[in-house]
Write a protein that binds this ligand. Structure first.
Ligand code: PGA
Length: 332
């Protein structure tokens, strides 16, 4: 082909609309690919909420991350809003029967209009009273511990079947006071959790590091091990009946609360650990509480965090009005 013939065919290509469009598209694609590493890219889709990273509420096509991706609507529905916030009282070894009845009667009208989950975990001797006084209300009753065997020579212990037969649906397992004073280990926590889940109960599983562990910088290792061992052998379906309470040991009953940032950081880490063991959907759906000197004054800041879905409350659960403030905050 002669030089003028080549020039002519290029000129014709520009005059031909189809060829011009193809050339334009090719150039656009090439420029786009060159710029991709530096741009925030394009996302095609729509969503009605914010995601974990705080991307704001928006609809329609928008521009966002580092690569072109098609997103599904659900991906950006706010995970926190999908989870049930639960405030659980842990009465520990407090309240005789008379005092328990007074506290529950004071709590009933306060809890009645709250939309968060409301649980009171009471000493074994108060279970009967608590169950009968809360019948027909939105207050659920839990025990503070459970043994892993169904029955047998285990003086002083209570089995999951004994609890469910009474109508108790919730139980705290692995509280740091059990670990610290009663020789509870990650392995026995796993056995108790498994027994309670197999009996159809919902477990509030407590994990948390000591002050020495935090100062050594091994909080994540400690908490990951506690979560992994406790959940060992449980299926994804069974894990749906587990609530994890992150309770740094140094904050329990000491008046020293973890800052909202510290609590959020570990709760997010626990969620990531659950995702690594099961999947992201299970992790996103799991209620993860904070516990440790949480009270009517500091609850708003803690409960506002993306990964904190409620609290396990000791001291402040023993006074109806204080507990009521926590319920109100978690119901917002
Ligand atoms: P606290 O107890 O609120 O009194 O610190 C919490 C817990 O032990 O669950």
């Amino acid at each position: 082909m002669k030089k003028w013939e080549v020039q002519d065919s290029v000129k014709n290509a520009f005059l031909n609309p189809a060829a011009a469009f193809a050339l334009g598209a090719f150039c656009g694609l090439a420029i786009g690919m060159l710029c991709m590493p530096f741009s925030k890219g394009i996302v095609i889709g729509s969503y009605n909420g914010s995601n974990n990273k705080g991307i704001p509420r928006r609809r329609g096509l928008y521009y966002r991350c580092r690569s072109i991706r098609i997103i599904r609507k659900e991906e950006f529905v706010m995970n926190k809003a999908l989870r049930k916030a639960i405030i659980a009282g842990n009465w520990k070894m407090n309240k005789n029967r008379k005092e328990a009845a007074e506290l529950i009667n004071a709590l009933k009208p306060i809890a009645a209009d709250k939309t968060c989950g409301v649980i009171i975990c009471v000493p074994f001797t108060n279970l009967e009273t608590a169950l009968s006084l809360t019948e027909g209300t939105n207050i659920e009753v839990g025990a503070e511990n459970v043994h892993f065997e169904k029955s047998g020579a285990f003086t002083g212990e209570i089995s999951a079947d004994m609890l469910t037969e009474m109508g108790v649906k919730y139980v705290i397992v692995g509280h740091s006071e059990r670990r610290q004073y009663f020789g509870e280990t990650d392995e026995t926590v796993n056995k108790r959790t498994t027994a309670a889940i197999e009996a159809g109960m919902t477990v509030i599983l407590c994990v948390g590091e000591t002050l020495a562990e935090r100062e050594l910088g091994i909080t994540e290792e400690v908490v990951a091990k506690q979560v992994k061992v406790a959940l060992h052998g449980l299926t994804a379906d069974q894990v749906k009946n587990i609530v994890i309470a992150y309770e740094p040991v140094w904050a329990i009953g000491t008046g020293k609360t973890a800052t909202a940032e510290q609590a959020e950081e570990v709760c997010a880490f626990i969620r990531a650990t659950v995702a690594s063991l099961y999947d992201q959907a299970i992790a996103n759906g799991m209620t993860i509480q904070y516990g440790g000197s949480m009270n009517e004054k500091n609850c708003a800041e803690l409960l506002a965090k993306e990964n904190i879905d409620g609290g396990l409350i000791g001291g402040a659960s023993l006074v109806a009005e204080k507990f009521g403030v926590l319920l109100a905050e978690a119901s917002k």
